[in-house]
Design a protein around this ligand. Structure first.
Ligand SMILES: Nc1ncnc2c1ncn2[C@@H]1O[C@H](COP(=O)(O)OP(=O)(O)OP(=O)(O)O)[C@@H](O)[C@H]1O
Length: 522
């Protein structure tokens, strides 16, 4: 039986209480003192004997009460902890300061075939002799990295166990190690992405063009083949890609996106394919899985795929042909099952004809295709979208919804929307933050300014001089130059490289970069 003795704290009381049990020859297997309670586990104590023991204990000065309890608080805490650990899908280990496992959850035990890890040394588990020593020496204050445990890769997160966050390595009592399997890491990343609404319902649009698009997309989404989404910038290609993922058999698996225009070739390569341990200076020691590995069984969205370098085009083609690739600097052949959805605002067929994009890759990406109409081709959607963004912006600003005046609605309907839905979204958000009253009027919209600021899209508009394009020759040329340099600079991130690519003078390119305020982000 287990009992709870309530007492008023005084020196020697615990000793006197235990003496009472000893005189009755009761074997005590556990004692927990947590003033004003002493909890005792005495298995031989029968219920019938409790009244007598209680009377004897109440004789001890300071003892207030004696009651039976079903469990000692320490046992209860251990059970709670075990339940919490068991509920964690990722393997978790706690080790002491010398790297001996003192606690592990079932997911961690599974790595070694279900046998308890408690009592094992980290050096026996991690397939890298030096790293456990390094981690212990650093007081478990090491950055996250990839490790192999019994041949399986994990992303490792380590937290020191210490009284204070500023404890020296020598004061640390051990560490908690959380291991994320690459596939689950992808799910965690995905959980952070703001696609809560997801699905086709999140795509606002009731125009005939959008209805047709959504109907076609809903038919293509479940077909497990590469999908190419074409359309001008800001038309909602990524939104549609995500809706297609959600409507496919891969729903519930990871969806990860890479913007091929935003990164130089080497970074885009390691983001997509990952890199092997020690593949380049500054790389994480243990290597890093790329999006393809992280999204295994799910979908990878390649935005601006037309901007991919020839080298990456070749590597992607190989992956699309047989599902295999190698990490940067790696020897091992990796195999994953990932659906590729790609998007471009460029005319890829024209790029193929000009030799700027691989024809074989184009056909691989373009097994299924969707063309997203520009916003100016679906007037019916402009006010629908504007009202949707007004409600969202007002909700975010925690204010009452405002309404468009007739003049504002007219201005929205006649604007060319070269930046499409993204431009409309930001025009509305900016306007909502600037007004206090119940009406959003035409001058609040700042459309003239915002439409000039948006990068033009000459590829998508054919001759680049469609409705609403810059109002003079010089402005159109400036728009074209700015767009061209903005697109190429991430891949040729110096004026010399860019001049080489464009086969023109380095000084001229440097002057233009300065003129348009285009700077390296690296
Ligand atoms: N039909 C739509 N309904 C609601 N929101 C939309 C719609 N289309 C686009 N958006 C919103 O507009 C913004 C741009 O959309 P998205 O990023 O999907 O466009 P994109 O075509 O992929 O752009 P880019 O080519 O520049 O990458 C996002 O905030 C998106 O939520």
């Amino acid at each position: 039986m287990r009992i709870d003795i309530t007492f008023t704290d005084r020196v020697g009381i615990a000793h006197e209480v235990l003496a009472v049990l000893a005189t009755r020859r009761l074997n005590v297997v556990a004692v927990e003192v947590d003033p004003p309670h002493i909890f005792i586990d005495a298995p031989q104590l029968a219920s019938a004997a409790l009244a007598g023991l209680r009377a004897a204990l109440l004789e001890v000065g300071g003892v207030g009460d004696v009651t039976a309890v079903d469990m000692l608080p320490g046992t209860r805490r251990r059970l709670h902890l075990a339940a919490v650990l068991a509920a964690m899908p990722d393997p978790v280990l706690a080790v002491d300061a010398g790297g001996l496992v003192i606690l592990s959850n079932a997911a961690a035990d599974d790595i070694v075939g279900g046998t308890a890890l408690v009592g094992k040394r980290l050096a026996e588990l991690i397939d890298d002799e030096g790293f456990p020593r390094e981690m212990i020496a650093a007081g478990f204050q090491v950055p996250a990295r990839e490790v192999m445990l019994r041949g399986q890769p994990f992303q490792l997160d380590v937290r020191p166990i210490a009284d204070s966050p500023t404890a020296e390595p020598s004061q640390v009592a051990g560490g908690v190690l959380t291991l994320h399997a690459p596939s689950r890491l992808g799910e965690r990343l995905q959980a952070l992405r703001n696609f809560d609404e997801g699905g086709f319902d999140a795509i606002i649009g009731d125009s005939p063009a959008m209805r047709a698009l959504k109907a076609r997309a809903a038919r293509l989404a479940p077909v497990d083949a590469a999908l190419l989404i074409m359309g001008e910038t800001g038309t909602g290609k990524e939104l549609i890609a995500h809706a297609c993922h959600r409507a496919s058999g891969r729903m519930g698996k990871t969806f990860l996106a890479l913007n091929c225009a935003a990164l130089p070739e080497n970074l885009a390569e390691s983001e997509l394919f990952g890199y092997a341990p020690g593949s380049f200076t500054g790389a994480q020691r243990g290597g890093k899985p790329g999006l393809l590995e992280l999204a295994d069984q799910g979908t990878v969205f390649l935005d601006e795929v037309g901007e991919m370098s020839p080298y990456l085009q070749a590597k992607l083609l190989r992956f699309l042909n047989d599902g295999s690739f190698r990490r940067v600097g790696g020897e091992q052949e990796m195999r994953v099952n990932v659906r590729i959805i790609s998007a471009t605002h460029r005319k890829l067929d024209r790029m193929v004809a000009e030799g700027a994009f691989r024809e074989d890759l184009f056909y691989r990406l373009n097994v299924l295709a969707l063309q997203v109409p520009a916003l100016r081709e679906r007037d019916d959607d402009i006010l629908l979208l504007a009202r949707h963004f007004i409600l969202r912006a007002c909700a975010q600003a925690q204010r009452r919804p405002c309404r468009l005046t007739a003049a504002a609605a007219g201005a929205l309907l006649t604007n060319p929307w070269r930046g499409n839905v993204r431009q409309l979204e930001s025009v509305i958000f900016r306007a909502v933050t600037m007004i206090d009253g119940p009406w959003l009027d035409a001058p609040d919209l700042e459309i003239a300014t915002s439409s000039v600021a948006v990068e033009p899209n000459p590829d998508a508009t054919g001759d680049g001089l469609g409705d609403g394009i810059a109002d003079s020759w010089d402005a159109a040329v400036a728009d074209f130059e700015r767009g061209l340099l903005n697109r190429l600079f991430p891949r040729f991130p110096s004026s010399r490289k860019l001049a080489g690519r464009l086969k023109t003078s380095h000084t001229m390119v440097a002057n233009k970069l300065r003129k348009y305020g285009i700077k390296s982000t690296t």
